[in-house]
Write a protein that binds this ligand. Structure first.
Ligand code: NAD
Length: 246
């Protein structure tokens, strides 16, 4: 019998009600994990739990609100005893070229993607340090590496997330904690459902593989980075973009 890779491990995933976060939760469940599924979308969490069962534990949490994040994470640690893996996945995008954008859009995007990652990691890390073990995976984006026209805030937020992985890898290696970022290209999820067919075709044509990613192709790499199979990888930004040229 093959051993389940995450048997009884607790995996905290933000933005777990949809897209990449939900697919990642399913993969961890299939490897024996227990999910602390966090999201602002309570209805989405409830719907997912109906099909995924009680090992998908749901927690309403807005990553932009630090007091709420701290309270929820303390509750998760009490409920489940330990937090072995953190997947910083909650994210949002508001596309506008610089001259059409406004400060509110910029603040909103930075708050969810960058500050949300900071808030959640800060609250979880104290438990990982106490345990002397843990793995953090930030879900960033390839635009945080190359920049993308029309996405000032989103690109800046994801570049910030990438560098935070490097900072935290350096701060926490001494506690046996690894931190990496994954930088997907475009993935078929609700996040990009507003894009026109023309835009999607243009995106596909910019990838060597000629297509979008499926959420499971991102989830597979998140599981790899969270597992002992990647035990010598830390402080890295791993591109999963079908060979995208921006
Ligand atoms: P999605 O919209 O399907 O899922 C995002 C989830 O984050 C939603 O469930 C949403 O409710 C949650 N969320 C949003 N704001 C939140 C907040 N303040 N607090 C808690 N939860 C919040 O999108 P997705 O494509 O699955 O995105 C997941 C991550 O992947 C994001 O960080 C996104 O930037 C990144 N990403 C997506 C793509 C893509 O093409 N879909 C590409 C690169 C990176």
């Amino acid at each position: 019998m093959t051993k389940l890779k995450f048997k009884d491990k607790v995996i905290l995933i933000t933005g777990a009600a949809s897209g990449i976060g939900l697919e990642t939760a399913k993969k961890f469940l299939s490897e024996g994990g227990i999910i602390a599924a966090c999201d602002v979308n309570e209805k989405g969490l409830e719907e997912a739990q109906k099909s995924l069962g009680i090992k998908y534990r749901t927690y309403k949490m807005d990553v932009t609100n630090f007091p709420e994040v701290e309270r929820v994470i303390d509750t998760i640690a009490k409920d489940l005893g330990h937090i072995d893996v953190l997947v910083n996945n909650a994210g949002s995008v508001r596309e506008k070229p610089l001259l059409e954008s406004n400060i509110e859009d910029f603040d909103f995007t930075l708050n969810v993607n960058l500050k949300g990652t900071y808030n959640t990691t800060k609250a979880v890390m104290k438990y990982m340090v106490k345990q002397n073990s843990g793995v953090v995976v930030n879900v960033s984006s390839i635009v945080g590496v190359y920049g993308n026209p029309g996405q000032s805030a989103y690109s800046a937020s994801k570049a910030g997330v990438n560098v935070l992985a490097k900072v935290w890898a350096k701060e926490f290696a001494r506690y046996g904690i690894r931190v990496n970022s994954i930088a997907p290209g475009y993935v078929r999820t609700p996040l990009i459902s507003g894009l026109s067919k023309e835009k999607i075709d243009e995106i596909k044509s910019k990838t060597l593989l000629g297509r979008l990613a499926e959420p499971v192709e991102i989830a597979n790499v998140i599981l790899f980075l969270a597992s002992n199979e990647s035990s010598y990888i830390t402080g890295q930004v791993i591109g999963v973009d079908g060979g995208m040229i921006i």
